[in-house]
Design a protein around this ligand. Structure first.
Ligand code: EPZ
Length: 429
């Protein structure tokens, strides 16, 4: 295990280049197996989740050639396996996208039931409901989900819950189904549009991505394509929140401002200045910050993945703020760790009350999950004194060179071995 040592009371300043989107990359990579021709993906972030996906693809028999730090050339021509390696797949939830892409290519797929995680229950009933509607038979035994379809046939599917994962999985399978599929009440995130553009570049016929209804006319064969991954709006939002929380001035570059409108609006409401240019956004947090209410919703609402960093920003804002987490049942694992740093937060169900304005103090804390880990690092940057953040492997899953980018913005942060952290108890000795 490794930990970060962070010295606090640092106002971040400067510019940072945002990497490609993790949540787009982990859908595009499994989608590449739908063709036997060569696919090139550019602007991939160098994060653990992408490296794990690459291992899974190579294990399936996909030949992969790296073309520069952020580009890969994948040739799935020779694959025949329909069961990605269990050891690798169970490491990351997004590997369930192989259900949709292997069903589309081979009419069969076999993946482990994805684990829940620190965000509360994460069922996949909507994925399975959609696959069944498209003509797949599903057997769940020995912890594995086995899908087979003599033929995938277009269907009309109305999602009971707006789900990014279900929307993506059903787009993959429907792209190869005979006839028309209409997916309704779907997720509208930019990552859905990115996948739609990639599928269409491979010869699919997907329309309506980014709206409530997606229409897909299945095709028999997919061709190779070249695709550039969209910027990571969650990474960009994390740095924007960090700029405001540390009272600094930071420009995030290579972003799509449209994807960040909810974050820009909220940060302005809290009192920071935000200048928006075509491909970059500058946040200036030097003015006084005032309390605000924050509610998470599916896109274009405020993203749940930025609720933990948003909470840290609100601890720096004078007054009482209220956060309502509407997407996940249990996304407050960061609260106890923030309270160890002196934050005044009270959680009741999906609601958190934050009494902001009092400075935090450095402390040893442990990252319970990816976005909480990023939030704790931001908190440590605002705090008086030194903090240690353990279990930073969580952060490495979704942030490309996080400490390097923060150092470039003036932060005092370094990574070191962490003998003291006991993974089982999740506590620092
Ligand atoms: C995606 O997870 C993201 N992960 C998550 O980001 C993000 O927090 C989440 O969407 C919500 O925005 C990736 O894109 C790889 P959902 P996903 O299906 O697809 C319920 C990060 O930090 N639901 O949109 O798993 C579910 O329980 C990660 O980058 C069902 O009830 O989320 C949740 O309450 C964390 N049945 C809600 O829908 C289903 O079949 C939204 O989940 C599917 C979902």
């Amino acid at each position: 295990m490794e930990k970060f040592i962070v010295k606090g009371k640092t106002a971040l300043s400067g510019s940072v280049k945002i990497s490609g989107s993790k949540n787009s990359a982990v859908a595009l990579l499994p989608a590449s197996v739908m063709t036997s021709e060569t696919v090139c993906l550019e602007n991939l972030p160098d994060i653990t989740d992408v490296r794990t996906m690459i291992e899974i693809l190579e294990n399936l028999g996909v030949s992969i050639r790296r073309r520069g730090r952020d580009s890969l050339e994948l040739t799935p021509g020779s694959i025949s396996k329909i069961a990605p390696s269990y050891e690798l797949v169970k490491k990351m939830r997004a590997s369930y996208y192989f259900m949709g892409s292997l069903l589309a290519r081979f009419g069969r797929a076999e993946v482990p039931i994805p684990g829940g995680c620190d965000l509360g229950p994460r069922p996949i009933d909507q994925h399975l409901k959609g696959f069944t509607a498209l003509g797949a038979d599903i057997n769940i035994e020995h912890g594995m989900i086995k899908l087979t379809a003599q033929k995938l046939t277009g269907a009309r599917v109305y999602l009971d819950v707006v789900s990014i994962g279900a929307t993506i999985n059903l787009m993959l399978a429907a792209a190869a189904a005979e006839g028309r599929t209409i997916l309704e009440n779907v997720a509208k995130e930019p990552e859905i549009v990115d996948l739609s553009n990639f599928l269409n570049a491979m010869g699919a016929s997907v329309r309506g991505a980014g709206t409530d209804v997606i229409r897909i006319d299945g095709v028999k064969k997919f061709k190779g394509a070249v695709h550039t991954v969209i910027p990571d709006r969650i990474e960009a939002g994390t740095f924007m929140m960090a700029a405001a929380a540390t009272r600094g001035r930071v420009t995030v570059e290579d972003v799509i401002p449209k994807h960040l409108e909810a974050i820009t609006a909220k940060i302005r409401e809290i009192g920071a200045k935000v200048e928006v240019d075509p491909e970059k956004i500058t946040v200036d947090g030097t003015a006084p910050l005032v309390s605000s209410d924050l509610k998470t919703f599916p896109y274009p609402g405020f993203p749940t993945d930025l609720q933990p960093p948003g909470m840290v920003l609100l601890t720096a804002a004078e007054g009482l703020s209220v956060i309502t987490e509407n997407v996940f049942d249990g996304r407050y694992n960061h609260v106890n760790e923030l309270k160890r740093m002196g934050a005044r937060i009270k959680v009741e169900g999906r609601t958190a009350l934050i009494e902001g304005g009092m400075p935090l103090t450095g402390a040893p804390v442990a990252a319970p999950d990816l976005r909480s880990g990023a939030a704790l690092i931001i908190a440590a940057l605002t705090a008086d004194g030194e903090s240690q953040i353990s279990a930073v492997d969580h952060v490495d899953r979704g942030y490309d060179n996080f400490e390097g980018k923060l150092t470039g913005l003036g932060a005092s942060i370094y990574r070191t071995a962490d003998e003291s952290y006991d993974r089982q108890s999740g506590k620092v000795d």
